[in-house]
Design a protein around this ligand. Sequence first.
Ligand code: GAP
Length: 438
Amino acid sequence: MAKKNTNDTMDRLVSLCKRRGYVFQSSELYGGLNSCWDYGPLGAELKRNIKTFWWDAMTARRDDVEGLDAAILMHPDVWKTSGHVDEFTDPMVDCKTCKSRFRAEDLEGRDKCPTCGNATLTEPRQFNLMFKTFMGPVEDATAAVYLRPETAQGIYVNFLNVKNSSRQKVPFGIAQIGKAFRNEITPGNFIFRTREFEQMEMQYFIPPNEDEKWLEYWREQRWNWYLELGIRKEKLRWHEHAKDELAHYAKAAYDVEYEFPFGWKELEGVHNRTDFDLTRHQEATGKDLKYFDERFPEKFIPYIIETSAGCDRTLLTVLIDAYVEDKSRGDKSTVLKLSPKIAPLKAAVFPLVKKDGMPEIAEKVYHDLKKKYKVFYDAGGSVGRRYARMDEAGTPYCITIDGQTKEDDTVTVRDRDSMEQTRHKIAELSDFLAERIG
Ligand code: GAP
């Protein structure tokens, strides 16, 4: 029963995403491509708002973090040095009968295939998750390159470039948002685990003996970021990695987890990567990646505290957390209670009826607000239906031009969550939105 409810919630969210233009199946016209998704008009806007919210918090408003936008394709030796060629693997099990493929950890000691029930599972074998392609016209081993499986390495190999050009001193960080690719054995749960996704990563370079202090600092920053994004606190928790869970580069790792309809799952990792990455790159290239300034007795390789969040996973979290079925609103009862800070549409503007000069005023209000905010104009159907459409799209405010507007230049503003309507002067609408959107 619990499983059915889980699936129901996800199914309803997936269909809302399609109906309202948040997320579409990739290549749908051709029958779709497994685990690949396209963001529609509202999804693209929401994703952009989440990235801006992260970028502002993690670099634009800080003096100690610089931004970077490194290439997806990197020198193939980077991935040998980082350990990804040898160690970025998942143990995989095949069923010889039905050819299904599983991550060994998902089978938890079962000896029969969950798909066909036959005891014809292979022994686990290591499967490297990196996508390989070829650079240039010749498809041989010397032309092989990888699509990056994390954005972090682009930051490490630019450590000197950023330090020297920005004149930052430790502790300082480098932040980056970009696509990453993993040939996941079992992608799934909509946009939760996909083969192409976007990461929002920040690497903070510190003196080695300050690692515990900065790990705690960034854990707190990242926790608060999710609260500011409007995620319910009771749906979030920390998971500390046990020794046998730690990635090959980490000394300590904590995941921010969210309670999805399919269970508690990782949203973001905060890792103490020690001097692992810079030491390996220094050894492989012979370039001196040590740090020195007059405050320290000798040169050292900085330790790194990493915060690594998934943009698509955050977007899924935001949608699930905001998704409410409110029967008190009648048949059309779905509301996306997105924080106004990240909602794709900040407001909708309606003329109450298509006559008596109301559309002309409504259009002017719409065009004026549009200069600053993403707003939507809708004159179609009853006001109730228009409210319902905007509730489902997650639009926090609906502005209606009615008979009184011509007399005193006021409009009603209806709040999506409380459904309360208040009257405001047209001239004050921009400030009204600014106060709430931040
Ligand atoms: N640089 C460290 C690193 O990449 P990770 O825990 O493998 O760490 C960080 O990934 C975050 O990237 C995850 O917490 C998740 O949000 C996101 N992520 C990882 N694999 C993903 C996938 N297949 N689909 C969607 N998001 C993914």
